[in-house]
Design a protein around this ligand. Structure first.
Ligand SMILES: [Zn+2]
Length: 569
């Protein structure tokens, strides 16, 4: 009854939604007590939030949003109930495609920089839901393996913002049918919340004495550089992020058993022991490779099984959520290289943390299956980068720094493009230099964008300014190489001096391999071709050249259709 009354009063106020700045407040502190009842799929949360007005205007109204399958029960400010209006707010940041939004009206205005402490209560269910995907015509069969989060008796796995809004947020609506809108909204949220303090105690109300089910969540404290995985075989687990950084708080609960090795812990669901052993063996096998590059991991890598055998894997620091039954030994090794890299090395910069982890996967493929296999691993990522660069052509011209590797929240960049950047640096400088620079790297000292460039320059004695300007500090798009001419001249000894001229039509320069073929062999040299320019290189060939090829796939390029010239002049 009371709720209804508040409802009526608020509706009477005819709050102007247009005037509401949904992103005015930053959530600076979360203190949550969450209770889970797996058989009912229920989640009930009480908590205290601190919000700071980061807008330029005093604010009296603001939204609090939770997943569409949860409901608001109570909101108090400074110990007193506040007026609030609840509504369904369509937004694809949540798996249901809808947020339960409470628009709070305070009795006083919060000045810019001012804070307000709120006590909140909400509850509901968290079933599996892929509405946000199916309503844009993603087939249900595909969508459910992407939005796999749920609370259930069999297994519970719930990721936070961007998946299931199990803790309150405030974000302007974003639709998956609107290009990168959801992606950009989440990137804005993470940037705003980077310094937030987040603590959640999650309790399984159905846990019985001696219950062996595993409870797990993620966290990060200042003392530990890498993200932590908090596990408990008990009724409750506490996840603390101090600060939140760009992490997505998540929790997992289920009848897990564990295969524990020196380098890994693999938690698996009933019947999956053999598959779990495959991952554990893969971690053991790839540990020496990762250690050779990054030093020995300070902590184990953690793999947690997902019940859906086709679920898309998800990573959070050194934690990997994946159906363990999905991998062959060869695939598990490549996956474990990535997670061991996170356990061994961390950086506050996503392009460095993720770039090195993806690069090591490619390098591992090259080591195990040959150089070409490493290039093929990277090629799988190239089209994604090309598409992203295409979509940014206009904005890049206005501000080349907005999607630089330093600042981009796009996975195609901080993962895929960054992987190529590390591969190119390794080609240019050699692995000994990269290993020494990575060994000298200290996450806590990386306060200056040029910190890594200087470490690499100190080890290599090479000037890397142009390379970093083109690839790291700015988004200049990708190079586009073409072989302009192959010019052979017979030498006195009967061989040929072959001059190959390469043009780079793109706005980013790179050092790229150039190969000529001739009867009985081929030769490869490296050539630096700056943005929008040409450069030539000479080869001593034993016989008349049959043609030239620029770029073996080690440099990401927008167009591979013009890289071969068959006719020598
Ligand atoms: Zn990663």
């Amino acid at each position: 009854m009371k709720l209804l009354r508040v409802f009526a009063v608020v509706c009477g106020l005819a709050l102007s939604a247009a005037a509401l700045d949904r992103e005015a407040f930053t959530f600076t502190q979360y203190d949550l007590d969450a209770r889970v009842e797996p058989t009912q799929q229920r989640l009930a949360v009480r908590g205290r939030l601190t919000l700071r007005n980061d807008s330029k205007l005093p604010q009296k109204n603001f939204p609090l949003q939770i997943s569409g399958s949860l409901n608001w029960l109570a909101i108090q400010a400074d110990g007193k109930p506040v007026q609030y209006l609840t509504q369904d707010y369509t937004s694809d940041i949540d798996h249901t495609g809808t947020l339960s939004e409470a628009i709070v009206t305070l009795s006083r205005e919060v000045p810019p920089g001012g804070t307000v402490a709120l006590d909140v209560r909400y509850e509901g269910v968290v079933p599996q839901d892929a509405t946000r995907l199916t309503r844009i015509n993603v087939p249900q069969e595909v969508a459910k393996h992407s939005d796999w989060d749920l609370i259930s008796k069999k297994s519970t796995a719930v990721r936070g913002v961007g998946y299931v809004t199990w803790y309150p947020v405030a974000l302007a609506a974003a639709s998956l049918s609107d290009g990168n809108a959801v992606f950009d909204a989440l990137a804005r949220w993470k940037a705003r919340e980077e310094s937030a303090e987040f603590t959640a105690t999650i309790t399984n109300l159905e846990a019985e004495g001696g219950d062996a089910s595993l409870f797990l969540c993620n966290g990060r404290t200042q003392a530990a550089q890498t993200e932590q995985v908090i596990r408990a075989s008990a009724a409750s687990v506490e996840c603390r992020f101090s600060p939140l950084g760009t992490a997505v708080p998540l929790f997992v609960l289920g009848e897990y058993k564990e295969v524990a090795r020196a380098s890994s812990s693999v938690s698996y669901l009933p019947g999956h022991e053999n598959a779990a052993q495959v991952y554990a063996a893969a971690a053991e096998k790839t540990l020496p490779f990762v250690t050779e590059w990054l030093g020995a991991p300070a902590a184990t890598t953690v793999v947690v099984d997902l019940a859906d055998a086709q679920a898309a894997p998800y990573e959070s620091g050194r934690l990997l959520l994946t159906p363990v039954t999905n991998a062959t030994p060869a695939l598990a090794e490549v996956a474990m290289v990535h997670q061991l890299a996170h356990a061994a090395f961390s950086s506050p910069r996503p392009w460095i943390a993720e770039g090195t982890a993806h690069f090591l996967q490619a390098a591992y493929r090259a080591r195990r299956d040959g150089h070409q296999a490493g290039l093929e691993f990277m090629e799988m990522h190239r089209l994604g980068i090309v598409e992203a660069e295409k979509s940014l052509e206009t904005s890049r011209k206005q501000d080349p720094t907005s999607d630089s590797l330093l600042s981009s929240a796009r996975e195609e960049f901080y993962r895929s493009k960054a992987m190529y950047v590390w591969w190119m640096l390794n080609d240019m400088l050699g692995d000994a230099v990269i290993k020494k620079a990575l060994a000298a790297y200290r996450a806590e000292q990386d306060n200056n964008p040029a910190y890594l460039q200087h470490l690499l320059e100190a080890q290599s004695k090479r000037d890397l300014q142009t390379f970093f300007e083109d690839w790291v500090y700015n988004d200049r798009g990708l190079p586009d190489f073409r072989v302009e001419s192959v010019f052979p001249r017979q030498t006195l000894r009967g061989g040929y001096l072959v001059t190959v001229t390469v043009e780079n039509l793109g706005d980013a320069g790179a050092e790229v391999p150039v190969t000529i073929g001739f009867e009985g062999g081929e030769l490869t040299h490296r050539l630096e071709v700056k943005a929008k320019s040409k450069n030539s290189i000479r080869f001593d060939a034993a016989s008349f050249p049959t043609g030239a090829l620029v770029n073996d796939g080690s440099v990401p390029e927008s167009n591979l259709g013009n890289n071969v010239l068959r006719d020598a002049q």
